[in-house]
Design a protein around this ligand. Structure first.
Ligand code: ZN
Length: 427
């Protein structure tokens, strides 16, 4: 069945969002920029916050952003609907003293961030992006555009490449970015120039490598969408689109988008789901609504977290890797993720709530469960559920090539995820 024009427009907007979000810091900033354009007020955690009733707010902490819409009649025990996702993706991060090279090549010294499919990063035009901390205390975003490449060794020099290519994680992952003598070049100057600052003023940096190619729709009936960082910007974008036009109903819940950093590393940071960011925001929101800690917990007890992250579509070339029966596929709807060992937080009550939200949104959904011989991944859902005690459901869209530099999703699923996020925010 052909995808709808509105789903194609959604995929095109996602391509814009991903292009503007090469690092978690860019993604958090782009979330705030788009929401400010939609009438949200950006708050500063180090300042007092205004009255919350009827407000639309966003706050950024490092590479994470939390945004929320409060009904005008919100009270101390009004529940919250939190749509959770993450802003980071596996790849590479710039090391200290990053300008290296030999034999006439300039190279960048990088560490591996999370668990990327290393081979997928070969032979692509890559960019450097992230944040620079300056001598005067400012923190600025930098994005070089296409600058680097990790060139694969020619088949003539490695006849065994097609029977299993293994990259040395140190010596064979250092991209080239120019020609010349590394002792008279400065990679940080490229970043500084892109941010319009002086390289001598850089005192610290958090900079990652990202694919420079724009996301694209293709395939029969425009079924497919490929881009870098679909894990998990597809979810961040779905929640962002749903929240930016969301109008809180009288007697409705507080709608929250929580886009955390560092999920690929286990979420343990001040901007990760295992850190206090969401709790800090909710405590302040409820304090402004006059809630004491007992009333806040009363509100939490009737709140939900919809934790959205990508999951595995069945792969036609590797059917044995999947559950023999439960086999979600691209284009047939978002997935409900289930795991007996609580790698996903979904339980019976959550599954029923998910099916009600999907029904209200008018979308189909699928289930995901792992093959028993393949270890299951995890995500922010169980962490949020454990920290705050919110009832949590793990969902997402099915993709192929997870953790590749360029992943593959279904156009229809991307838009359906936004529709169910809207239904979820209504409670
Ligand atoms: Zn993810």
């Amino acid at each position: 069945m052909p995808v709808t024009p509105v789903a194609l427009a959604h995929a095109d907007d996602l391509a814009d969002f991903i292009a503007a979000s090469p690092s978690s810091y860019h993604a958090a900033s782009e979330v705030a920029r788009r929401l400010e354009d939609a009438g949200f007020t950006r708050l500063d955690e180090s300042q007092p916050w205004p009255a919350q009733s009827g407000g639309r707010f966003v706050v950024v902490r490092d590479g994470a952003a939390i945004a929320w819409v409060v009904p005008t009649d919100a009270a101390a025990t009004t529940p919250t609907q939190v749509f959770g996702a993450h802003t980071d993706s596996p790849g590479f991060k710039l090391k200290p003293q990053p300008t290296t090279g030999s034999k006439g090549w300039l190279q960048a010294a990088v560490e591996i961030y999370g668990g990327p499919l290393l081979n997928s990063w070969l032979d692509r035009e890559l960019r450097l992006a992230g944040r620079l901390a300056l001598a005067d205390g400012r923190v600025v975003l930098a994005d070089t555009g296409a600058l680097l490449r990790l060139p694969q060794l020619a088949i003539h020099l490695d006849r065994g490449a097609n029977s299993g290519l293994e990259l040395d994680k140190q010596f064979q992952t250092q991209p080239v970015w120019g020609l010349g003598d590394p002792t008279s070049a400065d990679l940080l100057a490229e970043l500084a120039a892109s941010a319009d600052v002086d390289a001598a003023d850089i005192r610290g940096y958090d900079v990652v490598v990202a694919d420079s190619a724009r996301g694209a729709v293709f395939g029969k009936d425009d079924a497919f969408f490929a881009a870098g960082r679909l894990d998990d910007l597809a979810s961040v974008h779905a929640g962002l689109v749903a929240l930016s036009s969301f109008e809180a109903a009288a007697d409705g819940p507080i709608a929250v988008l929580a886009a955390f950093d560092h999920e690929e590393l286990g979420s343990a940071s001040r901007s990760g789901a295992a850190g206090p960011f969401l709790e800090d925001v909710l405590e302040r929101v409820y304090a402004h609504l006059g809630a004491d800690s007992s009333q806040r917990r009363q509100a939490y007890a009737s709140s939900w977290c919809l934790s959205s992250d990508v999951g595995h579509s069945v792969h036609p070339n590797y059917i044995a890797k999947h559950d023999p029966v439960v086999q979600p596929v691209l284009g047939s709807g978002p997935i409900l993720k289930i795991n007996a060992n609580q790698r996903y937080a979904t339980d019976a009550v959550g599954a029923a709530a998910w099916s009600a939200w999907c029904e209200r949104a008018g979308i189909a959904s699928q289930e995901f469960v792992s093959n028993n011989t393949v270890p299951c991944g995890s995500t922010i859902g169980p962490i949020t559920a454990t920290r705050l005690g919110l009832r949590t459901v793990d969902v997402g869209i099915p993709i192929l090539s997870m953790h590749s530099a360029r992943e593959l999703a279904g156009v229809a699923d991307l838009h359906d995820l936004t529709r169910v996020a809207e239904a979820f925010f209504r409670g």
